[in-house]
Design a binder for this molecule. Structure first.
Ligand code: XIL
Length: 344
């Protein structure tokens, strides 16, 4: 009666933990984590901003605690993430005199960061999201400061360094909207280019920030199959948003019989039963697909343990009450958990 047991021999089941959970300060979370998951990811505490806030200042304590937790319970640990355009302090991209950093300066900082962080956790991290979200939805490279200052070389350099520093760790490319055909093609180009230069990229993470209706199972399946030709495929950051995206309200699926507060983007009477059932069915369909392709998928990671910890309570607008995960705000199983464990 646990997720990890249900998918034993197929893929590992992961959860992203926040800082409190990593430090063992969320007592209610621990039993759920140990019962259901055998893979852990740092939701924030290994990102550049939290772990390396100033040039000579590192804050390792929360990440060290997560490493210890994963070791204590024999779980694999996923490092997230070394190179990203978000949650990276401004100083990284500046020269200290209010001007942009030079290419050499930026690449040197990246090198120092990767050597220090990946070096500290060498032999303890099962795999690293080396580069996160380097692509636009049309498959072209995102015009991040990494790209505009350092050029495409930053990609190559990041993977070469990660490989040098921790040769045993798997190295991944991770991004969202990977079911979109143009982005799928872009990710394949990006990873294949690196691999053709002899650079090790072991797998691709498809972030699963999906909705009740979209993407379709067929769209997800196409990407799983396409990515599997390049290496391992992981479903990372899985959460199913049942709320309409306020910036994209057209066609939103709101249950009209319950009060939905448009301003705050919450169901004022709690999640309607009909939506709860839809969420369960959606999770059942998605996991049926993952099972069908368990020869290609090595891991499925949820972006949070319970609805109480989900980033979707604050995104895309603050103050939502979101219901994207398998455990409710009191860490109790939702119908969606049953649907995944015992598909009907
Ligand atoms: C999110 C975290 O969940 C939030 O707590 C944080 O405020 C912002 O970042 N894609 C990623 C993740 O790769 O790192 C993001 O995590 C969600 C989107």
């Amino acid at each position: 009666n646990s997720l990890k047991a249900a998918f034993e021999g197929e893929f590992t089941i992961g959860a992203a933990l926040n800082g409190r959970q990593a430090m063992g300060q969320d007592a209610d979370a621990i039993p759920v984590i140990t019962q259901h998951f055998n893979s852990l990811t740092a939701e924030n505490i290994m990102k550049w901003g939290p772990i390396h806030p100033e040039p000579d200042k590192y804050n390792f304590e929360p990440a060290d605690a997560l490493v210890a937790l994963s070791e204590q319970h024999g779980m694999e640990l996923i490092g997230h993430t070394l190179v990203w355009h978000n949650q990276t302090p401004d100083w990284v991209f500046e020269n200290g005199k209010g001007k942009p950093a030079s290419k050499a300066q930026l690449l040197q900082r990246m090198e120092g960061h990767i050597r220090t962080v990946a070096g500290r956790y060498k032999g303890k991290v099962h795999g690293w999201d080396v580069v996160n979200e380097a692509l636009n939805d049309d498959g072209t490279l995102r015009q991040s400061k990494w790209l505009t200052i350092a050029g495409e070389e930053f990609l190559e350099k990041a993977y070469r360094l990660a490989n040098e520093v921790d040769p045993e760790a798997e190295l991944y490319y991770n991004d969202y909207n990977m079911w979109k055909p143009a982005k799928r093609d872009g990710a394949i180009r990006l990873v294949r280019n690196l691999q053709e230069k002899g650079i090790r990229v072991d797998g691709i993470g498809m972030q699963g920030h999906w909705g009740l209706e979209n993407p379709s199972i067929a769209q997800i399946e196409e990407s799983i199959i396409a990515f599997s030709k390049l290496g391992k495929v992981m479903i990372t950051e899985l959460d199913i948003d049942v709320l309409p995206n306020p910036s994209n309200r057209n066609g939103a699926d709101i249950d009209a019989t319950f009060e939905f507060d448009e301003q705050y983007n919450v169901y004022t009477n709690g999640l309607p039963d009909s939506v709860q059932q839809k969420l369960a069915q959606r999770y059942a369909d998605i996991f049926a697909l993952f099972r069908k392709h368990s020869d290609k998928i090595s891991r499925v990671t949820f972006w949070g343990v319970s609805d109480a910890n989900s980033w979707l309570n604050d995104w895309p607008i603050k103050g939502r009450t979101s219901y994207p995960l398998l455990f409710d705000r009191n860490y109790q199983p939702k119908p969606a958990l049953e649907a995944v464990l015992q598909p009907v």
